[in-house]
Design a protein around this ligand. Structure first.
Ligand SMILES: O=C(O)[C@H](O)[C@@H](O)[C@H](O)[C@H](O)CO
Ligand SMILES: [Mg+2]
Length: 403
């Protein structure tokens, strides 16, 4: 079997997505998600100029060899653009291998470790009251776990809060980056009140999560972790930027609130010290941004040795291709924790037909050979790419901060 052709499909049904399709000389094809939010065309250029020409004629069944060829062979290792491109190839090759084997992907990985995959949804509101209404709506829909993000008095716009109740939150909302203003003091004073209200209304059983989105310093994160301890969060996410992995050592000394990190990671090495020192509880790297199934399997196995569980990133800026492959991975991986789920728009789902389904707060994996997600290229062609950027964040005095 040989790779006959490969090409990228850029489409914007509701938002931008990049898909890589690899076609073999035997007619079997596979697809992989190559979407890097706000930097989509950089990955397209990398794939088209440097990766696709080197794939033609290779045996698509040699996934491991192709992975190392693209990783070591680039000389310039790692980085989000390279690792997203490698991930797209890897995901498409696993799709092909599973189709050829006539098996759903989870069977090739080692079979089911669980019947269904618990997800967390996003409840957002401009204030605590409207946020609680959104939590209630999720509970009615069967969610067992809900991420809770509310507006903060005195901060005009904030990460993770939808413009109107019930709407999806879309951060890449402008041609060039929108500017937000941030106050750590106002935020830190508000968050414990939010979680006190959540526990008061919903009791102890609901899993509640929160995303700080990289905005605190280690000692501020330690304070927040301590102050929300009585509300037993499932996790506190991205409480500091993670370039300096040692920061988590400081936070860890101060709080028993479980810590999650990794949505911007692109390799095992971004997480190695975090895992080996047991500074975190959940690793959030994704198949799409961290080298695909081949690399994430290594990361998950390392994590398992240190009681760290998976909690894959799953916003709408990852396509249904990534979500579908992730559900197979989640169904197999022994140290599964939870899967993020932000439902895609109907128009996105029309372009990406899939066989996974959401039921009662969980995903149920499909049985179609491969990862179970396809792309309707005619439908995709109706939605042209439009540049969309993530915001930037400034402190009240104008200093550029972490968004
Ligand atoms: O936890 C999450 O789901 C993330 O923080 C996203 O909301 C990111 O902001 C987005 O993926 C950026 O592209
Ligand atoms: Mg996040």
């Amino acid at each position: 079997m040989k790779i006959e052709r490969a090409y990228t499909i850029v489409t914007a049904p509701g938002r931008n997505f990049v898909t890589l399709k690899i076609v073999t000389d035997e007619g079997v094809y596979g697809i992989g998600d190559a979407t890097l939010n706000g930097r989509e065309q950089a990955v397209v250029a990398y794939l088209e100029e440097h990766v696709i020409p080197a794939l033609i004629g290779r045996d698509p069944q040699r996934i491991e060899d192709i992975w190392h060829y693209l990783y070591r062979g680039a000389y310039w290792r790692r980085g989000p653009v390279t690792m997203t491109a490698i991930a797209a190839v890897d995901m498409a090759l696993w799709d092909i291998k599973a189709k050829v084997a006539g098996m759903p992907l989870y069977q090739l990985l080692g079979g089911k470790s669980r019947e269904r995959v618990m997800v967390y949804g996003h409840a957002t509101g401009k204030d605590i009251e409207s946020c609680l209404e959104e939590v209630a709506r999720h509970v009615e829909q069967g969610y067992r776990a809900v991420r809770v993000q509310a507006g903060v008095p005195g901060i005009a716009s904030i990460y993770g809060v939808a413009k109107r109740p019930g709407e999806r939150y879309e951060p890449a909302d402008a041609d060039l980056p929108a500017e937000h203003v941030w106050s750590t003091a106002k935020y830190l004073n508000h968050v414990p009140k939010l979680f006190a209200a959540v526990r008061e209304r919903f009791g102890d059983d609901l899993h509640v999560l929160h995303d700080v989105h990289h905005r605190l310093t280690p000692i501020e994160a330690a304070r927040l972790g301590k102050e929300v301890e009585p509300y037993h969060l499932f996790w506190l996410e991205d409480c500091v930027p993670a370039e300096n992995q040692e920061s988590f050592g400081l936070i860890r000394q101060h709080t028993t609130t479980p810590l999650a990190v990794g949505e911007v990671f692109n390799s095992l090495f971004d997480a190695k010290a975090l895992i080996e020192n047991q500074w975190i509880d959940y690793i959030r790297a994704t198949l799409t941004h961290a080298g695909g199934i081949t690399h994430m399997r290594r990361l998950a196995d390392l994590a398992g040795l240190y009681h760290v569980r998976t909690g894959f990133h799953g916003p709408t800026d990852l396509s249904p291709v990534c979500l579908g492959a992730a559900i197979h991975f989640d169904t197999w991986v022994p140290n599964f924790g939870i899967q993020e789920y932000m439902p895609h728009a109907d128009v996105t789902n029309e372009v990406f037909p899939h066989d996974y389904r959401f039921e009662d707060g969980h995903f149920i994996v499909g049985e179609t050979p491969g990862h179970g997600v396809d792309i309707d290229e005619d439908a995709a062609a109706q939605y042209p790419y439009r540049r969309a950027s993530l915001p930037v964040n400034r402190l009240e005095d104008g200093t550029l901060w972490h968004w």
